[in-house]
Ligand binder design. Structure first.
Ligand SMILES: [Cu+2]
Length: 495
């Protein structure tokens, strides 16, 4: 793991906070009463329930302001950011985004920030829902093995981001140190069928997208704002497959959607749904019938919609390369009866899910086998099949038959089987101009697929060369690597 310059830790941010504090109010002018100050806390002291994403703590049914104790522990943990790719996340509560905090407007919150003794870095917290310099940052600087405490009154209702603000601030946020705090209005929120917690973040690794193994944080990429990953809930797999959000037809769903950044603004969209209501920027105003809502870095929104037709709804950042090439994609799976009067049917999977719809177990198995030097052709075929879906199948079709006059067949293709080296080159670099496959001529364009990693491409071609009547030897990642290295590309287009 890389270490930041320890000597400058926290200095920049603390200076900032001190500057704000020294701006004294005009002498003699009384401070107007705060809107959400309902007096001193009453009743029993409450220990806040914190939840890991995508869960949200239960609604608060309380008619008075209380003293609420929040205990949040910072943990530096190694986790999977993508299949076969690990990353050292710095977290509030063990997850990225951090634990969800839910309090009532007017509550007095006694905040305890603990920094686990095994951690390497000091941390603190800036809660956007706090009124006061630094949002708590200046009072919560905590070394590993220590605990800080401060108290604030939750004056304003709304959905608020919190994040670490220890220098280098950008690095702490990029490593996953952000989360949401909901300050409920005194009367509570309208009940809905499901509440979920989703938060976007951008990540910067030394290796490229889906490059295997442990990946370090890349400071220069972060400064240049060129993320390797843009993710919901800190991992490509966090909200797909068995981890997809769930609902039933007829349900009303409320999503608390945050954006931790550190750099990007999110164009948050759910494919196939229209938001009935959006509390944009987390404020009090509502907009209705929204297709895409903008969520600033360090901001949040509350979106609500009804699920009326069963199937997969895809949550994306509609800056769409982020969804398909950097991971900003999550699924809400709705079960229930079809309503053909609203929508005639046909699953969205093949169009929008791409390889996220596939079972990744075969991919993990192949990766593990490759690492231990025991990879078999059968394992490559299975893993290749998962990646073929949504990558090649859009044109060559799921059964490899192609489309007469438009996309040549891969099934039983004499052209494909004649030259393995050429086939690797076609996938890496694309193909244009006349080709004759099984006696039929095609004259079209296949785009380059150089975004695929060496082993992904090797597995796909091994699958294709051993399916639908084809039979050939395996394609190795090494063969792909050599072909890639031998290809000249324009400056800046190097994959
Ligand atoms: Cu931190």
């Amino acid at each position: 793991m890389k270490h930041p310059m320890r000597s400058t830790l926290a200095v920049a941010w603390l200076l900032c906070a001190a500057g704000a504090a020294s701006a004294a109010p005009a002498a003699g002018k009384p401070t107007p009463a705060a809107p959400g100050d309902f007096g001193p806390p009453r009743g029993e002291v409450i220990h806040a329930i914190l939840t890991s994403p995508p869960m949200v703590p239960p609604p608060i049914h309380r008619d008075h302001p209380a003293k609420v104790i929040v205990e949040l522990e910072v943990r530096e943990v190694e986790k999977e950011i993508s299949e076969g790719v690990s990353y050292t996340f710095w977290t509030f509560g063990g997850t990225t985004p951090g634990s969800f905090i839910r309090v009532r407007q007017g509550d007095t919150v006694e905040f305890h920030l603990k920094n686990h003794p095994d951690n390497k870095m000091p941390h603190n917290i800036d809660l956007h829902g706090v009124t006061g310099p630094g949002g708590g940052a200046a009072s919560s600087f905590t070394a590993p093995g220590h605990e800080s405490q401060f108290t604030f009154k939750a004056l304003n209702q709304g959905i608020y981001v919190y994040h670490c603000a220890t220098a280098p601030v950008g690095m702490h946020i990029a490593n996953g140190m952000y989360g949401l705090m909901l300050v409920e209005p005194p009367e509570g929120m309208k009940p809905v069928d499901h509440e979920y917690y989703v938060m976007q973040g951008d990540f910067y690794t030394v290796g490229k997208y889906r490059e295997r193994g442990h990946q370090d944080f890349d400071m220069q990429r972060a400064i240049d704002e060129r993320p390797t990953y843009v993710l919901f809930n800190g991992s490509e797999g966090s909200l797909v497959g068995e981890h997809a959000l769930k609902a039933k037809v007829g349900d009303e769903v409320r999503l608390f959607v945050g954006n931790g950044g550190p750099n990007l603004v999110s164009s948050f969209h759910v494919i196939g749904a229209i938001f009935d209501r959006v509390r944009y920027e987390g404020g009090l105003h509502e907009q209705e019938n929204v297709q895409t809502t903008l969520i600033p870095s360090g901001g949040a929104a509350i979106v609500e919609f009804h699920v009326r037709v069963p199937g997969s709804y895809v949550l994306v950042d509609h800056s769409i390369f982020r969804a398909f090439n950097k991971g900003a994609l999550a699924i809400l799976k709705a079960d229930g009866a079809e309503d053909k009067t609203i929508y005639s049917g046909k699953e969205v999977d093949s169009v929008y899910l791409g390889d996220k719809a596939a079972n990744l177990a075969a991919v993990s198995e192949a990766r593990a086998a490759e690492a231990s030097g025991t990879l078999t052709k059968e394992q490559q075929i299975k893993a290749g099949q998962s990646r073929f879906t949504g990558t090649c199948s859009v044109c060559h079709q799921g059964n490899g038959a192609g489309l007469a006059g438009v996309f040549p067949p891969l099934a039983g293709s004499d052209f494909l089987m004649a030259d393995k080296q050429r086939a690797i080159g076609i996938v890496l670099n694309g193909l244009t101009g006349k080709v004759t496959v099984n006696g039929s001529e095609f004259n079209s364009v296949m785009p380059p697929m150089s975004q695929l990693n060496d082993d992904e491409l090797a597995n796909i071609l091994t699958f294709v060369r051993n399916s639908w009547g084809n039979s050939g030897d395996a394609v190795s990642a090494d063969e792909v690597r050599k072909t890639r290295a031998a290809t000249k590309r324009p400056e800046g287009a190097a994959h």
